[in-house]
Ligand binder design. Structure first.
Ligand code: KIV
Length: 271
């Protein structure tokens, strides 16, 4: 019997047990009540209220504009829907970098006002003080290395990170620092598959990959990408399980046609 089938409520300890048993962790994003309800009913292990809400929900080009208040709104909607999954919430850009007191204050707002179970921060040793302070307050922290979209203006592009030896070595070092600080898991975004494998083997905490190959301890995708709601996004790592943009557009066209022709509502669809 798998942990996935047995467990009524996923905790950070369950994720650790899954890694120890070699059972993969499935994580997806959600930003609203209705989607989170569906993902939880399907027994997703972790729901990430990602700052990708800035792109997917609000139509911004980057994740930088989303505010703490907006993340709390999304996160509280998700938490109300979830019975089983662990809900992890991104600390948005500007609410933790370089100021551990601010990082703790932001985290406390997310925990109190949204009812989240854990927070995620992007970066390595440079944000150690913030991570330490949050962990000291008893809040579980998920790390995020590799392509960290909040630093897009430093990177310049969304291409694969850590292809060069020096950046790969720095990433491995950072992964170990995050583990030693006490992070319960680590997202590895868009790095070479061999590097994901090495980090996952060297760490005891679970790694969750996106665009990092099959050897992470779990995988995460942006739900709107995997359902084909975001139409013009085709990175190599993305597998689309539905083409909802086309399906919803088709249904909408049918509805418009029925309204305009007077076919909707019919005799049964009225009081
Ligand atoms: O914001 C987000 O959705 C994320 C995932 C892509 C890992 O950070």
């Amino acid at each position: 019997m798998s942990v996935h089938k047995e467990v009524k409520k996923v905790t950070t300890h369950i994720l650790q047990a899954m890694k120890a048993r070699g059972e993969k962790i499935a994580m997806l994003t959600a930003y609203d009540f209705s989607m989170a309800r569906i993902l939880d009913a399907a027994h997703i292990d972790v729901i990430l209220v990602g700052d990708s809400a800035s792109n997917v929900m609000a139509g911004h080009e980057t994740t930088l504009p989303i505010t703490l208040d907006q993340m709390i709104y999304h996160a509280s909607s998700v938490v109300r829907a979830v019975d089983r999954a662990l809900v992890v919430v991104d600390l948005p850009f500007g609410t933790y970098q370089g100021n551990s007191k601010l990082a703790l204050e932001s985290t406390i707002r997310i925990m109190k006002e949204a009812g989240a179970h854990a927070v995620k921060l992007e970066g390595g040793s440079e944000i150690s003080d913030s991570i330490k302070r949050i962990l000291k307050a008893g809040v579980p922290v998920m790390g995020h290395l590799g392509l960290t979209p909040q630093s897009i203006y430093k990177f310049g592009t969304y291409t694969v990170r850590a292809k060069e030896e020096a950046e790969a070595e720095k990433l491995i070092e950072d992964a170990k620092v995050l583990q030693e600080l006490g992070c319960f898991a680590l997202v590895l975004e868009k790095i070479p598959a061999h590097l994901t494998k090495r980090v996952s083997e060297e760490l005891v905490i679970p790694t969750i990959g996106i665009g990092g190959g099959p050897d992470a301890d779990g995988q995460v995708l942006v739900t709107h990408d995997m359902l084909g709601i975001t139409k013009d996004f085709h990175p190599r790592f993305l597998r689309r399980y539905l083409e909802l943009f086309d399906a919803i557009r088709g249904a909408t066209e049918d509805y418009i046609k029925d309204v305009k022709s007077g076919d909707f509502p019919n005799d049964q669809e009225q009081y």
